[in-house]
Design a binder for this molecule. Structure first.
Ligand code: FE2
Length: 405
């Protein structure tokens, strides 16, 4: 993969307020292979991503449960696999959390989009999704999205995009029947044809519409808005001392809300001697660490890494690109944030020291880490933990000490 030039996406989009098209933003990527690997990963995973499934203009959410029934490897093409799985030749499927299932796409998006946003202040993070389709307009017609989005078109066919710089007449939005019947609605829009590798930015709340003439895939990155209320909500969702029974306030009776709220406050405040504001703040900071540990994307990679057995004694490792390994100490516990997961360890200063060392090294071996920690067994456990959670990867087998460099 190569990118044409370095971008500053904040500047180029006027701080995410203006639509922009970048031609050949991403070149020389084998998207067919990447998405076939993605489907294979989904099929081998214990989780199933959220998705919206449309087949011939009908919404068929139950097909989500049959995605593992037809192994993708038995098909001549991805499009044929979709047709068999969905039982129809015309489809449009949107998958969420693509980066959980594809390290390759995680790398591409963190390097080309998230790393270039400008001020790297990840307040709310990003989510990724992909639209696989071979016919028709966006199923819900002309619409705005709450989040600003970057769409990378992956092909193989082209994709038509219309966007409206001012709000369109309400008579043409939110419906698809009229789109086929006449061309009047096109007059008020800007029309772009995306070729594979092109990227378009659509600001939040800007009305837009996609049209798919033939099979293609489009990869979206949605940035979460960073206003005060969403920050507070994310803090509440990540309350540091989240009680075992999760908040289920929102559809309850008023009285039951008051009781639950009271008991949560009592439990939280009395046992921890902290104020609620502080707990929410810690929740926001926790969320921030989770995002940093996963390159800015919400979610975490599916499954532990077991393929390609690694000789932990001989290999050199490095921290994966665009990610960090934040730590937080709380009393006798040490939390490591690893690719969107929070891992709890018993606190020991040598672990903190080793993680700082690992983050500061361009590459390192078991011997290096053992030297920092003065304990080879614990060093091996730490490296295995980081590796299996995809926080580090192998760099080479040169053995920084004692091998051929
Ligand atoms: Fe949209």
């Amino acid at each position: 993969m190569s990118t044409k030039t370095l971008h500053h996406l904040g500047k180029e989009t006027n701080q995410f307020t203006r639509p922009v098209v970048w031609r050949s933003f991403i070149k020389k990527v084998d998207w067919g292979k990447i998405y076939t690997d993605f489907v294979r990963e989904v099929q081998g995973s214990e989780r199933i991503p959220q998705m919206n499934i449309n087949v011939k203009d009908a919404v068929k959410p139950w097909l989500r449960n049959t995605i593992k029934d037809f192994p993708v490897d038995h098909h001549a093409s991805l499009e044929k696999w979709f047709s068999q799985w969905l039982g129809g030749d015309e489809f449009c499927v949107l998958f969420d959390r693509i980066t959980d299932y594809s390290e390759k796409i995680h790398e591409i998006l963190t390097s080309t989009v998230l790393a270039n946003l400008g001020e790297k202040d990840l307040k709310m993070g990003a989510d990724s999704y992909a639209i696989f389709g071979n016919y028709g307009y966006t199923p819900f017609g002309i619409h705005p999205d709450n989040e600003p989005i970057f769409l990378i078109h992956c092909g193989p066919s082209t994709k038509d995009v219309w966007y409206w710089e001012t709000e369109p007449e309400p008579t043409i939005t939110g419906r698809t029947d009229l789109l086929e019947s006449n061309d009047e609605w096109k007059k008020s829009a800007v029309h772009i044809v995306l070729e594979p590798g092109d990227m378009i930015f659509i600001p939040s709340r800007m009305y837009h519409l996609l049209y798919t003439p033939d099979f293609s895939i489009t990869l979206g990155t949605a940035l979460f808005p960073s206003n005060v209320s969403s920050l507070i909500r994310s803090g509440i969702a990540h309350l540091d001392y989240q009680p075992a029974d999760n908040l289920s306030l929102f559809w309850s009776e008023k009285e039951s809300i008051e009781v639950q709220y009271g008991s949560i406050l009592e439990k939280e405040l009395n046992s921890n001697e902290k104020d609620l504001g502080e707990l929410i703040l810690q929740g926001v900071l926790d969320q921030r660490s989770l995002l940093q540990s996963n390159g800015g994307f919400i979610g975490n990679p599916t499954g532990e890494k077991h393929e390609a057995p690694v000789n932990f004694e001989k290999a050199c490792f490095r921290v994966k690109k665009n990610i960090e390994i934040p730590m937080k100490r709380r009393g006798s516990e040490l939390y490591l944030y690893l690719r969107g997961k929070k891992c709890r360890l018993n606190y020991h200063p040598s672990i903190e020291k080793a993680v700082h060392f690992i983050q500061g090294s361009s590459k390192f071996s078991l011997k290096d880490v053992a030297g920092e920690m003065e304990d080879e067994t614990v060093a091996l456990d730490l490296i295995k933990l980081l590796y299996r959670n995809r926080g580090i990867e192998t760099a080479c087998t040169c053995q920084v000490h004692g091998g051929v460099k």
